[in-house]
Design a protein around this ligand. Sequence first.
Ligand SMILES: Nc1ncnc2c1ncn2[C@@H]1O[C@H](COP(=O)(O)OP(=O)(O)OP(=O)(O)O)[C@@H](O)[C@H]1O
Ligand SMILES: [Mg+2]
Length: 256
Amino acid sequence: MLKLVNITKSFNLTGNKEDNRVALDHINLEINDGDFVTVIGSNGSGKTTSLNIIAGTFMPDEGDIILDDKSITKLKEYQRAKYFGRVFQDPMLGTAGDMSIIENLEVASLRGQTHSPIKWGFKKSHREHFINELKRFDLGLEDRLNQKVGVLSGGQRQALTLLMATLAKPKVLLLDEHTAALDPKTANKVLELTERIVTEEKLTTIMITHNMKDALKYGNRLIMYHQGHIVLDVKGEEKAKLTVEDLLKLFDDVSI
Ligand SMILES: Nc1ncnc2c1ncn2[C@@H]1O[C@H](COP(=O)(O)OP(=O)(O)OP(=O)(O)O)[C@@H](O)[C@H]1O
Ligand SMILES: [Mg+2]
């Protein structure tokens, strides 16, 4: 359902030809409906750039992005926002700290809609829906709807961002090291929550992580980037058989 066809992206900060950095080198990738893909790869290998190209943050130099058989390459980031939910590494991104939890959720539920269908009379049921969703998180956020998001912990804020990113069911959920800034216990909690939401909502998901165990534990498919190329793409049984040692060996092999 999501296809990256021959995607190439270079960055050049100086304008000198010798400073050209190829971040993605003719990438081809087809994500199927319902895939939960974990993505690993060394620093600077092109993982985040891929998500930026998918979401429309950057335009590719070459290639096409196809969603449900239609090219979205020329659509601007805001025009694609209705298709993609996104959670970043930094808990400060994704939520507005000076707005309350309920205000953040209201804004998120409008994502991708040009005309607000929410009338004042519907607000109550909205509120109940939000409370029910937040209860599933088991973080006590349902009792703090009117508090500013700025007072929440990083983990609470990432959990809220995750809910906001999935509230208006996205075609693809894009997670970029979304638990990397959290302590191990909270990271696990947010990951479990991620899996639950992805499974319950049947969300097609791409999750970047530097944690090999998480990359193996979650999802049905695993992709590895190296220097702007996809060097591994395994799914199902083949993925289930992989071990952390296998992945470390692969890292060694491609780095030679
Ligand atoms: N906005 C930008 N301007 C200039 N160069 C960039 C920009 N974004 C990415 N790059 C370069 O593109 C390459 C790929 O970066 P990218 O952020 O995709 O890596 P990554 O795989 O996400 O790495 P990490 O694991 O460190 O997050 C790197 O060489 C990086 O410096
Ligand atoms: Mg990155």
